[in-house]
Design a protein. Structure first.
Length: 200
């Protein structure tokens, strides 16, 4: 009869036979450059040259940086509306993807104050199941701090962005990790015009 193997050795043996975890493929420098410069033809060419034979276009568009920023996150930071529309036309799900801070591209827009890009993202994004529609689903997404895009806009004192993102009334009462609603954030930061403008 074979001697029993101690439990800790048995579990170590199980670990040894597990398949290795594959490192996630990241966006290459040419795609990063295309997003930063807002150059869609350059992006398409890069995808054809580097990814064409091995992956489909959508899979390439979903690649991220090490901080999990996607093409739309990067283009938002540089203010390239046309590029964002072209990318979202090909891959609408990018609008709801979060980076390492939990920010969607709409959170980044709210932080940077690019109203015209917020409009582009909300009009191009695909609807998510179980919500009232594209706008509302994206407006309700929270980052790692529990902030919606509306929280972020109000923190920046951006009245135009705040009013636009307030389209979904449920978002106004949405509470972040600090227990603050978006309405509270606006009032606490002295952005009374937001609060009164919301008619609450």
């Amino acid at each position: 009869m074979k001697p029993a193997i101690p439990e800790e050795e048995e579990s170590k043996m199980d670990e040894d036979v597990k398949p290795p975890v594959m490192a996630k493929k990241c966006m290459d420098s040419s795609m990063y450059k295309a997003a930063r410069e807002g150059n869609f033809p350059y992006l398409e060419n890069s995808i054809r040259l580097k990814h064409g034979g091995n992956t489909d276009e959508e899979e390439a568009l979903l690649l991220e940086t090490h901080n999990r920023n996607n093409l739309v996150h990067l283009a938002v930071e540089s203010g390239h509306k046309d590029f964002i529309q072209q990318v979202l036309h090909k891959c609408p799900k990018l609008a709801a993807k979060r980076n390492s801070r939990g920010d969607t591209p709409l959170h980044v827009v709210a932080q940077t104050g690019c109203y015209h890009i917020a409009e582009a993202i909300l009009s191009m994004a695909e609807p998510h199941e179980g919500t009232a529609g594209t706008d509302n689903s994206l407006l309700r997404l929270k980052n790692n701090g529990g902030n919606t895009a509306l929280h972020e806009a109000l923190r920046n004192g951006d009245k135009k962005m705040g009013m636009y993102l307030w389209e979904d009334k449920e978002t106004v009462g949405s509470v972040n990790e600090s227990g603050e609603s978006a309405l509270y954030v606006g009032a606490a930061l002295g952005v009374e015009s937001h609060v009164f403008g919301m008619g609450l």
